[in-house]
Design a protein around this ligand. Sequence first.
Ligand SMILES: O=C(O)CCC(=O)C(=O)O
Ligand SMILES: [Fe+2]
Length: 349
Amino acid sequence: MEVAGNQIRVQSLAQNGTAQVPPEYIQPPDCRPNVLPCPNTLASDKSIPLVDLSGSTSDVHRVLGQACQEWGAFHVTNHGVPIQLLDGMRKIGITFFEDCPMAEKLNYSYEPNSFASEGYGSRMLVSSNDTVLDWRDYFDHHTLPLSRRNPSHWPNFPPNYRDVVLEYSDHMEALAQRLLKLISESLRLPSSQIGEAVGDFYQNITISYYPPCPQPELTLGLQAHSDMGAITLLIQDDVSGLQVLKDNEWVNINPLSEAVVVILADQTEIITNGKYRSAVHRAITNSTNARLSVATFHDPAKTRTISPASKLISDSSPPRYRQVMYGDYVSSWYTKGPEGKRNIDGLLL
Ligand SMILES: O=C(O)CCC(=O)C(=O)O
Ligand SMILES: [Fe+2]
């Protein structure tokens, strides 16, 4: 078994051909997928809305506004990011995880003693010891601001890996800015309102790799959570696994190779004073196919203070959240662990 800093890579476990997952990966019964009789663990046949960005501005505002209000997650198409680049990103990810020898992958291991460090890892670093482990390996890249970006920390297997990540980072930043403008406009705010409240993006790109799991009914690839920053842009391969919670039901976000999944995160919920909600989502596993996703997170700087936009506050719509320094929000997230929306709920007034 190959281990880095006491951390076992899930891929090594899966390749060992184990028929039973180790106990630290077994979810408590109420968090397991597809378990009867708890109705909210069954996946529904609904699907998230699709926003076609080539539509008329008024259609885009309407469909996107409704998607943000009701789901906090939606697909976008005609988004301007070359489809070839989406495919290129999936390709370098799968090549790194599946074709790069484990010994070489481990050279890029993240720093196990610091929060959200860059590199190859398995365990999200939360302080609480009772956290069940996710059936997932990942590679996290720090891509923005430029002062955090150091491509020599990233794999160069395959040889175009770093170039693809650089190009992808720029396209995702532009798309995130465009979406925050549309989101602001859909609330009849000045288009720069949410973007200015967030400030310059801290962008991280996380490639997640979920090996086949011998007991998918007992595990989660990634436990239920809402993302802590402002907006997440995600692509996936053709294997299902991502689910979003809607009206107490888990809904599959089925793969659409040319679309980007947009997931509103907690700071956008705070800035919009809860008019738009961050989406609770999770990843489930399966016993036959490995799954890959690429999530690009856009967050405020740790020193940024986030509060509900004053234009959305009135006598009939009082502030719902306390203001928070983003760095404090992140520390509390890592101390308490994700678990649904308990972090943002801690700011409710
Ligand atoms: O793999 C996925 O589809 C979900 C990834 C995710 O939610 C995350 O990294 O925060
Ligand atoms: Fe997420």
